[in-house]
Structures are given as C-alpha cells and as structure tokens.
Design a protein around this ligand. Structure first.
Ligand code: SF4
Length: 155
C-alpha cells in the first residue's frame, strides 16, 4: 500500500512516495515525505476516515517493513529542504503579523510541547537544546504562535 524510497530525498524518477487509500481508492503521491504524510492525513480527515493515534508512526513502520535496507540507511536527523523551510517560515511569520504579534497562552504552549516531546519528529537537542520539528523544520518558537498547527495534525 505504501511505497517510500527515502524519507529525506526526493524521487527523481517514477513519482514519489505513494499511498493508496484502502477506503476511497485515491492514490496520493509526493516526492517529499514531509509533504506526503500530511497529504495522506488531510485526505483521511476530508473523507471522515479514522486516523488512529500513532498513525504516522504506523505508516513509517510499514514502510520500514517493506523497505528494510532503505529504512536502515535513512537519516533520522534530516530536515525538509531549505526552500521548504523558508516557505514555512514566511507562512508562520505572515500569520504572526496578521494576528497582531500575539502569542499563545502558557497552557496552549504546555499542551503542544507535551505532544511534541515524545513525537518521533521532535529533535530536542537541535539549536543548543531549543528544539525543532523535523517534519516541518520549525523551531520551538512555532509552539508559541496562536494560529500555528502541527503538520501531522497532532495539535
Ligand atoms: S509539530 Fe507535530 S510533527 Fe512536529 S514534533 Fe510536534 S507533534 Fe511532532
């Protein structure tokens, strides 16, 4: 059902990571994992299909089972390409300005960091321990932005 050749590098031939939704038959393809997984989740949410807790880990686990060699060779520290990170930063900055430079309250921040810390995408040691998300490339600062969201829909 899932084909994932590399979690960090794009395909140059034959499309990209592929998911065929078992319920709708829709095929989702993307060359980047960090865009592919949110697209799968969005599709399931849009069709009111179940997204069990830990679905992203399950998807990754399935891929590793199907692709044991590539799974071993992947770089767990990899971030999205720099252009994607820059685009994400501009989007978040625009939202920050549009919201009058307001920040999230402390309970919201605490709730988010509690979800991020055990997440497999969280790299807590990055930026001198400040931490960042390897799924979107954003730093911990994103957790303070009231209108931001987790790329995997966890918060
Ligand atoms: S923002 Fe989402 S994907 Fe990124 S570390 Fe937090 S919970 Fe995980």
């Amino acid at each position: 059902m899932l084909r994932r050749r590399s979690p960090t590098k794009p395909f140059h031939k034959n499309g990209g990571f592929t998911y065929v939704c078992p319920e709708t038959g829709t095929k989702i393809i993307d060359i980047y994992w960090h865009r592919f997984l949110p697209a799968v989740l969005e599709h399931r949410a849009a069709n009111k299909l179940e997204i069990p807790s830990g679905f992203d880990e399950q998807v990754e686990h399935n891929w590793c089972l199907e692709n044991p060699t590539m799974c071993k060779e992947r770089d767990p520290e990899a971030m999205p390409p720099i252009l994607e990170q820059a685009k994400g930063l501009m989007v978040e900055a625009a939202k920050f300005v549009a919201n009058g430079f307001s920040v999230a309250d402390d309970p919201t921040y605490q709730k988010r960091i509690k979800i991020c810390k055990p997440c497999r995408a969280w790299r807590g040691e990055r930026i001198l321990g400040f931490g960042r998300c390897s799924q979107c490339g954003c730093t911990r600062l994103k957790l303070w932005l009231p209108k931001s969201h987790c790329p995997l829909g966890k918060w």
